[in-house]
Design a protein around this ligand. Sequence first.
Ligand code: LLP
Length: 422
Amino acid sequence: MDEFIYRDGALHAEDIVIGELAEAVGTPFYCYSAATLRRHYNVLDAALADAGLDTRLICYSVKANSNLAVIATLAQLGAGADIVSQGELTRALQAGIAPEKIVFSGVGKTAEEMRAALSAGILQFNVESLSEIDLLADTANSMGKTAEIALRVNPDIEAGTHKKISTGSAETKFGIAWEDAEAGFAHARALDGVEAVGIDIHIGSQITDLTPFRRAFEKVADLLARLRADGHEIRRLDLGGGLGVPYGRDNDTPPDPNAYAQMIAETLGDSGCQIMLEPGRLIAANAGILVTSVVRTKQGQAKNFMIVDAAMTELMRPTLYDAHHHIAPVHENAAAVKNWDVVGPVCETGDFLGLDRALPVLEDGDLLAIFAAGAYGSVLGSAYNTRLPAPEVLVDGKKWAVVRSRPDYQALLAGEAIPDWF
Ligand code: LLP
């Protein structure tokens, strides 16, 4: 459910007419709905509460959409944050996330990043290798601190999602091999500077079937029992993110958060551990659209092309993951429908937003919305072809604000220099 709704033939974000936003900020731009962000967070939190998971912590995975205003909207609801870099730490703190609700994930944390997170007083580091544990222990010791850690274990489970976003199988770079998990905990126990308090998993993203989650959670329950038998005081289980969302508007059936929460309760509810989740897409995807205008249409030999002013530089997902995003005119339009490839101006055949889409014949300058673009949209953007990054707008009821502005070309080139010897 989201708050992008047609009223009198015009797409609105909550109470704001998208066409009016387009006039004010120019296209392409991202538009986020604060009410939708809140709803997604609250639905998940309520599902966990209904399943009896009382000591829970939802750490929004900042990588999905790291705009400060988006993070701040969730911080106001009491969300924590899942971060993967010092940059994301900076954003999360600046947006008002409490440090004691921040978990630091990722395979490549540097000593500098560890120091910054230790200084900030974050809740937990999710560590993925023995050498990372050693570096963290050294770093924490040098600061007179003890870092609470969860070991990310790789349950070797196929998540059944796109291969580039599957993270729980043995071939991926993620986590400590399942067979090595107990040795990893024993390693951590022998060190000062770290305290192993949790088990962490994350098996992939855009997972639409609950079965792989259930298998992973059952394995976690099994590992937890073995670790406890060995005297480890495990008090947190971080079950990662990954819950899929609908991309097609009507035809997808993503898992129901209630069924997901019930399944967590069935497999791990009696563990006595705090249950942590790291959702990104579930919170942000359907809370954002990308608005673009038609530059021109072109009749090719084999196809009709609708060339728009957004491109793979704004939304990489179609070309990177073969992702489908629903595309529709911003103003409902009764013109005859044709099949179009909706493409951007970038000089790559992979620069498309949607292929073979049934859309009305539009005029140059008409607006299109690309839906479910709130997660892994703007954050994956680039300035390839020296295109200006798209601005971002946050709507909240009748209010709206530009929450990231479009730079000008001088700002884009500001960090570059021609050496003096030229
Ligand atoms: N936790 C960890 C450790 C992760 O690696 C990720 C996502 C999440 C949480 C959040 O997962 P989510 O709830 O959003 O599924 N760019 C890709 C998605 C990459 C996901 C990477 N990790 C896409 O556009 O589909």
